[in-house]
Design a protein. Sequence first.
Length: 97
Amino acid sequence: MGRRRLRSGTVLLGGVGLLAASLAACGSEPDKRCADPVSRELLPDSRCRSGSGSGGSGGGGKYYYGGTVSDGKVSGGSFDKSAVTRGGFGKSGSGGG
């Protein structure tokens, strides 16, 4: 009988670990890249750090969250951080742009 309790305890601990891992994944920051808001061309981070730090007037770039880079251009994400969530259990990997 003691052996059965050990198994159920192990399963319970494994489930708690899986839940903790999935919650940590949902709380992670999405990837961000500096990009031109009009052409969506990838820019050096220094172009986004100038001015306000999130695409101020000084640098000409704006942070683009999530998505991918192909041929030097970003796609599949958004310039709005709140529209993008990082992948995890039951989460979408991209947002509207």
